[in-house]
Design a protein around this ligand. Structure first.
Ligand code: SAM
Length: 227
């Protein structure tokens, strides 16, 4: 029976790729990549020589039919994104749903994802948390930030670096000085930072910076959390 494998890939540090992930990529017929050039670096590093095809948010809708046709032809396919878990703020959901609907086996090969890594490193309550992913760029953004402020459980938000200060400022407007927050930047990479504090202290630190680069996750503690 053909299988669709969802294979998590490193979020920065190539050594985080699991031996099982390598085995699976070496065993499949083809690999669907969010970006074949980006994934090419990883595949080359692990000497994985398999045909690849592109599967990204702009062609996902019609590429799902192609991917299903390969499964129907008896092939096993792995789906990988540029970094982390496919489907988590990345392409993957449509293919996974379609594979299930057609009765194919779907297997996720777990590995790094930025949200879980950040929430675990944050030292903020992680018994329950809400994955917010990316917020909408304009319409509805403020409402979502207000909802994060009102949440009584930890929220995890993917924020682009050039919007980080504006996001923290808006959150500060709603949540005030005392809210506990953690900014996790460049996780697993050379310049990794896990900056944790109350907004009244943490926001000025980030406002002082000339340029904020890299990839960022913000973990926001629930509204009743204190320490
Ligand atoms: N599929 C990925 C996952 O499993 O986490 C998420 C992909 S999403 C397109 C990219 C966002 O994830 C970045 O903008 C950032 O918010 C977060 N991210 C990815 N890698 C990261 C890293 N090394 N450090 C901090 N955040 C990261």
């Amino acid at each position: 029976m053909s299988t669709l494998y969802l294979v998590a890939t490193p979020i920065g540090n190539l050594s985080d790729f699991s031996p099982r992930a390598v085995e699976v990529l070496q065993s499949v017929d083809q690999i669907a990549c969010e970006d074949t050039r980006t994934s090419g670096v990883l595949l080359k590093h692990y000497e994985i020589k398999k045909p690849t095809f592109s599967f990204h948010q702009h062609n996902e809708h019609h590429k799902v039919d192609y991917l299903i046709s390969l499964l129907e032809a008896g092939q096993s396919i792995a789906l990988i994104s540029d970094a982390g878990m496919p489907g988590i703020s990345d392409p993957g959901f449509l293919a996974t749903r379609a594979a299930h609907q057609k009765g194919f086996t779907v297997t996720a090969i777990p590995g790094p994802d930025a949200a879980t890594t950040a929430v675990a490193a944050s030292g903020l309550p992680c018994d329950r948390y809400l994955y917010e992913g990316f917020l909408p760029p304009k319409k509805g953004r403020q409402t979502r930030i207000q909802a994060i402020s009102d949440s009584d459980i930890t929220c995890v938000v993917y924020v682009s670096p050039h919007k980080l200060v504006r996001f923290l400022e808006k959150l500060h407007e709603f949540a005030g000085d005392d809210r506990w927050v953690c900014v996790a930047r460049e996780l697993t990479k050379k310049f990794e930072e896990v900056d944790r504090g109350q907004l009244g202290n943490l926001l000025p630190r980030w406002k002082e910076r000339k340029a904020i680069k890299g990839e960022v996750v913000v973990v926001v503690a629930g509204n009743s959390y204190s320490e």
